[in-house]
Design a protein around this ligand. Structure first.
Ligand code: ZN
Length: 156
């Protein structure tokens, strides 16, 4: 067993945990938006997480994103990381990330095919199966908003 490698992994895990806690305590892009072009509600009945996602899309590019709602630390951190990451990206890229994060969280396959950047922190939630839906909620809402689905995105 390689001790150094093990401690690196621990350190990384600690870093991810801190990133999640930081976003939960100080959510980025929390609030409403003006000039909303797309929006969706997301609900996670299992935990009671609720959010409303606002997007400003222009020519297929996410100009701005924000969310409101209430939920547990993981759902808030996930929505904060999500909105933070998709601004400036095309809606196609944003949906690829959505697919990637939800698939990785639900399948248990750890290796992302895309460069997820700091979103990799969210994949640590896999260790807590009962919280996976908290982490995927914002990403389901993102898809619902971009695709203008009429009903709220639910994790159930
Ligand atoms: Zn939750």
């Amino acid at each position: 067993m390689n001790i150094e490698l093990a401690s690196d992994t621990d350190e990384l895990r600690e870093l991810y945990k801190e990133l999640i806690l930081d976003h939960a305590r100080k959510p980025r892009h929390f609030g409403s938006l003006t000039n909303v072009t797309h929006s969706a509600d997301g609900i996670n009945p299992l935990c009671g997480d609720k959010l409303h996602l606002y997007l400003q899309l222009d020519d297929g590019v996410v100009q701005d994103a924000a969310f409101e709602g209430s939920g547990c630390a993981i759902s808030v951190a996930s929505a904060s990381l999500m909105t933070d990451s998709i601004i400036g990206k095309t809606s196609t890229e944003a949906l690829q990330w959505s697919d990637q994060v939800t698939t990785k969280l639900t399948s248990g396959n750890a290796e992302p095919d895309l460069d997820l950047g700091k979103l990799v922190a969210l994949l640590g939630v896999r260790q807590f199966p009962s919280r996976v839906k908290c982490a995927t909620l914002a990403w389901r809402a993102l898809r619902a908003a971009v695709e203008q689905q009429p009903s709220p995105a639910s994790t159930e």
